[in-house]
Design a protein around this ligand. Structure first.
Ligand SMILES: [Ca+2]
Length: 454
């Protein structure tokens, strides 16, 4: 089946998708070219927005999903591909289920989760490869998680995992080429408003010797506030390869005392100390390379959920480039790694990423839109010839999908240059106002509607 549907804006009274049982909005099998836009899903018993088997070329943009108490708020899974999950606000998700998540991209290839705000949920955002209960491999590959804000979540704000099935230990499952960059993560895990066991990032190879993570890049993120804000590897999977293909670069940790590894073993049976040592070594590489600062990141208003940076923040102009130019040939640019970028995935109305290219002194030498990405040869096709771009120049990511130019000079660590922080617009007394996302519940309760006035 191939069709296009826009779910009506439930900000209009009477159109809010509201249920007490079942899922909110579901695409079950073989749905392509579907957009789920500007909807509100609340208080459903199962998944809020569910993209199941082979949901392809799907855009999930601008929705608010909350109160999915036992389930994941937004879930894509099962051999879906070419998905964009953007600008959604998720809260009170999975609070009664220890394994579910705010936003989960599972068993999916080519997907972006960007500009979302997830708070007061169990896990924040996950990218997951898995083997399902029927013994079918569901790899997760070429996934980008960027510019998201996750705070006050019970467990980890961002999880990348590869989950084999105990019943099919021989089956391989791969989670590979996952790029996690420019996210702002605050007060999650053990310092969340509920007690949690999480950390800044949670990386797992689970249940099967064949469960493997490879080519995971975690860069330019802010991991803020309190104890346990660090990378956490857990393997209860003897024989699994070490996480040597996970790289951490230029993440800003704050309040990150390195507690003994066994603190984080928790009640997970079978975890191996040497795996934790491998994790710790990687963390220290992140720190010892001069790439990690431990200062207060200086958010505009952490308590109010405003994670934009103040002008004196140590994160400003401190990010590293995502990748570098290796070849230049008219409309094609070779890069060290193309995993950071997408081309619009064939979704109607979507363009590829706008990239900004700097010389080694952080002067802009080119701006272009990506029209195709070859993830195997690491070649970007772009929409214009860039005469000033040279081999060795630095590639970052420029304009957000609202068309705002948000990179000022060298990019900043964290999400703020490219998002509104954790702010959302509501329509209040026929006027569009911007509020802290933590105040959203109260505004909706007294009759405001989500999104700008129409
Ligand atoms: Ca900057």
């Amino acid at each position: 089946m191939d069709y296009e549907v826009e779910v009506p804006d439930p900000g209009n009274p009477g159109e809010t998708k509201l249920a007490t049982r079942g899922a909110g909005i579901s695409l079950i099998v073989d749905n392509s070219h579907v957009s789920i836009l500007d909807s509100t899903v609340s208080s459903v018993g199962l998944t809020g927005i569910y993209l199941s088997t082979r949901s392809n070329h799907v855009l999930v943009d601008g929705n608010t999903v909350h109160g999915t108490r036992k389930a994941t708020a937004i879930l894509a899974e099962s051999r879906s591909h070419d998905l964009i999950v953007r600008g959604n606000v998720v809260y009170h998700a999975a609070v009664e289920n220890p394994t579910e998540t705010g936003i989960q991209i599972a068993g999916t290839t080519r997907a972006v989760g960007e500009n979302n705000v997830v708070f007061d949920s169990r896990y924040g955002i996950k990218a997951t490869g898995y083997v399902n209960s029927g013994g079918v491999e569901m790899p997760c590959s070429r996934v980008i998680l960027r510019n998201n804000v996750a705070f006050d979540n019970f467990a980890s704000p961002i999880t990348v995992n590869s989950v084999g099935n105990r019943n099919y230990p021989e089956l391989p499952v791969a989670t590979d080429r996952v790029a996690v960059y420019h996210n702002s993560l605050s007060s999650n895990g053990s310092t969340s408003t509920r007690y949690g066991h999480g950390s800044g990032f949670y990386l797992l190879q689970l249940h099967s010797p064949q469960a493997e993570l490879s080519e995971v890049a975690i860069e330019n993120n802010i991991v803020d506030s309190g104890l346990g804000m660090f990378v956490n590897q857990y393997v209860n999977n003897p024989g699994a390869p070490p996480l040597t293909e996970v790289e951490f670069s230029r993440n800003h940790y704050y309040h990150a005392p390195f507690s003994p590894p066994d603190t984080y073993m928790g009640d997970w049976d079978g975890a191996l100390l040497e795996d934790l040592i491998a994790w710790k070594t990687q963390l220290e590489n992140d720190a010892s390379g001069g790439t990690t600062v431990l200062d207060e990141p200086s958010f505009a208003d952490r308590a109010a959920g405003d994670f934009q940076l103040t002008l004196d923040s140590p994160c400003i102009d401190q990010a590293i480039a995502l990748t570098t130019i290796t070849t230049v040939d008219d409309f094609t640019l070779g890069v060290e790694s193309a995993m950071y970028f997408m081309d619009g995935y064939g979704i109607s109305g979507e363009t590829g990423d706008e990239i900004v290219i700097f010389d080694p002194f952080w002067d802009v030498v080119g701006i272009a839109t990506v029209t195709a990405v070859d993830y195997d040869t690491n070649v970007l096709t772009v929409d214009s010839v860039l005469p000033d771009v040279r081999v060795g120049d630095l590639v970052s990511y420029g304009r957000d999908k609202n068309g705002h130019w948000r990179v000022a000079g060298r990019p900043d660590i964290g999400a703020y240059e490219r998002t509104q922080g954790a702010k959302v617009e509501v329509c209040h007394a026929e006027q569009t106002i911007s509020i802290a996302v933590v105040a959203l519940d109260a505004h909706l309760e007294h009759g405001d509607t989500f999104g700008s006035c129409r």
